[in-house]
Ligand binder design. Structure first.
Ligand code: G1P
Length: 274
């Protein structure tokens, strides 16, 4: 089984649903309480043992690089205010537990393209992918990525996290069809990106958590633009699914869609009332 130490964060999109806020702030830096969205994802990756963090950036996203770096000026200013200095502990702990590598996507041709641009960073290893605007709270269970690592180790192939959604929302997600092989686990036979409800084979939707084997790069190399004119990771995964090499896992926990204003507000309330 291939090594699994890396986690990729595609963070290049414009975050148009949050304009004007995202005109000058990356959407991944919008806070849920006192931490930005991407903090939750990186913490989840590192907790799952994926401590080599690779982030694909777009232009105007350098605040993300700064967040995962030390801020000496701030720490010097707060040196004699230990209570305030302590507020930096959560991010400083993350920084000390992980390594951080950044790369620009350049032209933004879709999620599949952002992942393909990470080919040289990832090499010949399996890797996690976390979409930072999907924030997961697994409550009393292990984190969603930790749950997925266990599935990966058992089946030794690519894994996507799924949840049930109302069928009328199928056109917001990648939808899978497959054979149930154990409780909450499916061997995927078909994957469609954002089908209309009438064309959706099931209501099982992919959320922003993946573990991908490195053969995904071969599939991405000749994946043509699909839904929305973008290169879709779902279409590349479909080619692996045809070979029986994709598992879908219905994770335990709650996923907040922080890519939408409603989901973002729900996340803030959910975490505040925890
Ligand atoms: C992406 C994926 C989609 C997945 C979704 C989960 O879509 O392409 O398959 O269901 O993330 O959040 P996006 O929301 O970026 O349009």
């Amino acid at each position: 089984m291939s090594k699994l130490k890396k986690c990729l964060f595609p963070a290049a999109g414009y975050g148009t649903r949050f304009l004007p806020a995202t005109k000058s702030i990356p959407k991944e830096m919008l806070p849920v309480l006192d931490k930005p969205l991407i903090h939750y994802g990186v913490e989840e990756a590192i907790d799952a043992g994926l401590n080599e963090i690779n982030i694909i950036l777009g232009r105007g996203k350098s605040a993300i690089e700064d967040y995962f770096d030390k801020n000496y000026e701030l720490e010097t200013e707060l040196a004699d205010k230990p209570k305030k200095l302590k507020l930096l502990d959560p991010i400083n702990k993350l920084i000390s537990r992980g390594t951080f590598t950044f790369r620009r996507q350049g032209a933004m041709l879709g999620l599949g393209d952002a992942i393909y641009k990470a080919k040289t960073m990832i090499g010949n290893e399996s890797f996690g992918v976390i979409l930072a605007d999907d924030v997961c709270d697994s409550g009393r269970y292990e984190s969603v990525m930790t749950q997925m690592v266990q599935i990966y180790k058992k089946y030794d192939c690519s894994v996507v996290a799924i949840m049930e959604v109302p069928i009328e929302k199928s056109d917001s997600y990648g939808i899978i069809e497959g054979t149930q092989i154990e409780n909450d686990v499916y061997r995927v036979s078909k994957m469609i990106e954002k089908p209309k409800p009438a064309d959706a084979p099931t209501n099982l939707a992919i959320i922003g958590r993946y573990i991908l084997t490195s053969d995904i790069f071969f599939m991405l190399a000749d994946t043509k633009p699909g839904a929305g004119g973008e290169i879709q990771i779902t279409d590349a995964l479909q080619k692996l699914a045809e070979q029986g090499k994709v598992i879908a896992y219905k994770f335990k926990g709650k996923r907040y869609d922080c890519g939408s204003v409603e989901g973002y507000v729900e996340a803030i309330n959910g975490f505040y009332n925890k």
